[in-house]
Design a protein around this ligand. Structure first.
Ligand code: ATP
Ligand code: MG
Length: 248
């Protein structure tokens, strides 16, 4: 059966294709393809659309980013391959720094990601100059390097599709962590301050729209947001979808 282009499944297949292209052009590593596969599973379970609880988390994230003193967007290969334009847009809107921060680091990959971000309008990109690298305490070697003008100095960090050890280390280092993670059970999802359980490609667009509106508002106050409760709601959405499918 041919699926119409606008159907959520068709959109997901298009996203998969973006990742494969990202892999072929040296942005994404093999492990990134596997991480994407894990993400697709959970996306299926949430019905391949932004849920109410994800929207709640996006609103809290937008407020936190707009109110932050020194927000930083951490970019890895998957994030860059999926939404380069959105990364640059969001950074402009909330006044965030962009830092390339990879789990599997090679200079070539960093350059490929930086080129893609520049092509999409990024002016300044952190994480490229070894002279400004600093270390997150309590994390092993290569994985702990961050930029002194980026994550090291940030109060709020947006780290989509991040590894659990790094998220925990950033938390211990005093950072407020916002993440996109389709798996509500991952260590990152469980340890972040705000977890958006949505496909980053859908969620980033909404995050941009809401942030844009919030920058025009006066007397903005931080949201009271309960991440554990929101994650429980995400799990419930998945459970209900499974139940419905099983009884359809
Ligand atoms: P953790 O280390 O946090 O316990 P993990 O080892 O399973 O989790 P990582 O590879 O470290 O996973 O991080 C990638 C995470 O990103 C996974 O939880 C995956 O489900 C999620 N993910 C993959 N693709 C997307 C996407 N497009 N949008 C949102 N989340 C995604
Ligand atoms: Mg991991």
């Amino acid at each position: 059966m041919l699926i119409p282009k606008s159907h959520p499944r068709a959109v997901s297949l298009h996203i998969r294709e973006k990742l494969v292209q990202g892999y072929r052009s040296g942005l994404v590593v093999e492990e990134g393809l596997m991480a994407h596969g894990r993400g697709e599973t959970f996306d299926y379970l949430i019905g391949e659309k932004t849920s109410k609880n994800a929207l709640k988390a996006i609103k809290a994230a937008a407020k936190t980013l707009v109110l932050a003193k020194y927000p930083v967007i951490s970019v890895n290969g998957n994030f860059a391959a999926l939404c380069p334009k959105e990364i640059v847009n969001l950074a402009k809107i909330v006044g965030a720094k962009i830092e390339i921060n990879l789990f599997y680091v090679t200079e070539k990959r960093k350059r490929a990601i930086a080129n893609l971000l520049r092509k999409n309008g990024a002016k300044k990109i952190l994480g490229l100059d070894p002279r400004s690298s600093r270390k997150i305490p309590k994390l092993d070697s290569a994985r702990r390097v961050v930029d002194k003008n980026g994550i090291f100095s940030a109060d709020v960090v947006l780290v989509p599709l991040e590894d659990g050890d790094r998220t925990l280390a950033m938390k211990k280092f005093g950072k407020k962590v916002i993440t996109f993670d389709l798996n509500p059970l991952s260590r990152t999802a469980q340890s972040a301050d705000i977890t958006i359980v949505d496909n980053v490609i859908r969620g980033m667009r909404i995050l941009i729209d809401i942030s844009k509106k919030l920058t025009k508002k006066k007397n903005l106050k931080p949201d009271r947001f309960d991440n554990k409760k929101n994650l429980a709601e995400a799990i419930l959405v998945m459970k209900n979808n499974l139940w419905r499918k099983a009884h359809a």
